[in-house]
Design a protein around this ligand. Structure first.
Ligand code: ZN
Length: 336
């Protein structure tokens, strides 16, 4: 039975799927694939045996977080590179990001079930990057509703093929063929409160910043802010939206009355809003150096070679993402 569903997934995610150009058809294909995987994963983990629970830490009462590796996705880390977590209320649980692969999602679910049998009411995705949501499939079986920025589904649809291809290359085909992309049940365009029983999570959607579909999740009871990749620590910030507007959003974030933040990458808990400072310096540095270079009629190639090089020692994965950040910021600022 399992093999049959895997074949179905391969078909849907293989060449015939990629050739489907009509986006609606593609989305339908994803939904059908999701149903297939639900049945398959129910068989695979009916009793949870053999699935190692993901390491999580209770960073505040009822708030749990897992620290992903500050690496690029690989076979060795099984895509476990993002910080993810969950919050337990009196009646229900909310999961905030599901991890970067089906295996990590399943391991997170086992970690939750070691701590509570309460229903998982919500699965929240902080943004579209696959290191935060390729574990989603593990949770639909639980009846969780998917909460995300109103623009996430469109972003995911337009990137589905690229993401899967990259993921397969980096993490391997065994994981890739089990990936499920779920449609959003509760789109957020401004703000929303989620009730977990005596505990309310506040979800806020932002305009384009790190991506065009970032949200934050605040647990009011403990003042814990899950910031997704709007806040990155140690791991270099990754610009996939607008550098200028990201800086604006950071001013808005600084107003949130939180005691601590769970950044998308780096240590799972850090003081708020101080944790944003290194990132602010980095992004402000990009803007000012690129503007100066553009005023001197410098080229994008020069910018890539020169801008922000002094930040190299301060960030992990600088080599992997810095040039891309400069290129994106240069293009944006050129049109000012
Ligand atoms: Zn990330």
């Amino acid at each position: 039975m399992r093999a049959r569903y895997n074949r179905l997934l391969m078909y849907l995610y293989g060449a015939p799927f990629r050739m489907a150009t009509n986006l609606r058809i593609r989305w339908l294909a994803m939904a059908i694939a999701a149903l297939g995987l639900l049945a398959a994963s129910a068989v695979a983990r009916a009793d949870g045996h053999g699935v190692e629970p993901l390491a999580v830490e209770e960073i505040a009462p009822g708030v749990f977080a897992h620290r992903g590796h500050e690496q690029t996705p690989s076979r060795a880390n099984v895509g476990d590179i993002a910080n993810i977590g969950f919050v337990v209320g009196a009646e229900a649980v909310a999961v905030i990001d599901s991890g970067g692969s089906p295996t990590i999602g399943e391991r997170l679910l086992v970690a939750i079930r070691q701590r509570t049998e309460l229903p998982i009411r919500y699965l929240i995705n902080t943004h579209v990057h696959f290191d935060h949501l390729f574990g989603n499939g593990a949770f639909r079986d639980e009846g969780a509703e998917l909460v995300a920025h109103a623009r996430l589904q469109g972003a995911l649809m337009s990137r589905a093929d690229t993401y899967l291809a990259r993921f397969e290359e980096m993490v391997g085909p065994e994981e890739a063929e089990r990936v499920v992309m779920l449609p959003t049940d509760i789109p957020v365009s401004e703000r929303l409160e989620l009730e977990l029983g005596g505990r309310v999570l506040e979800v806020v959607a932002y305009h384009t910043a790190h991506t065009n579909n970032d949200i934050t999740v605040l647990d009011r009871q403990t003042g814990t802010l899950f910031a997704g990749d709007l806040v990155s620590l140690n791991h270099i910030p990754v610009l996939d939206g607008s550098v200028l507007r990201w800086l604006e959003v950071m001013d808005q974030l600084a107003e949130i009355p939180a005691a601590r933040v769970v950044p998308g990458h780096g240590p799972i808990t850090a003081p708020w809003p101080d944790a944003m400072e290194p990132q602010r310096r980095y992004l402000e540095g990009l803007v000012s150096e690129i503007r100066a270079l553009q005023q001197a009629r410098g080229t994008i190639q020069q910018a890539v070679g020169e801008v922000g090089q002094e930040a190299a020692g301060h960030w992990l994965l600088f080599e992997e993402y810095h040039s891309r950040n400069v290129t994106a910021a240069f293009a944006e600022l050129e049109w000012e």
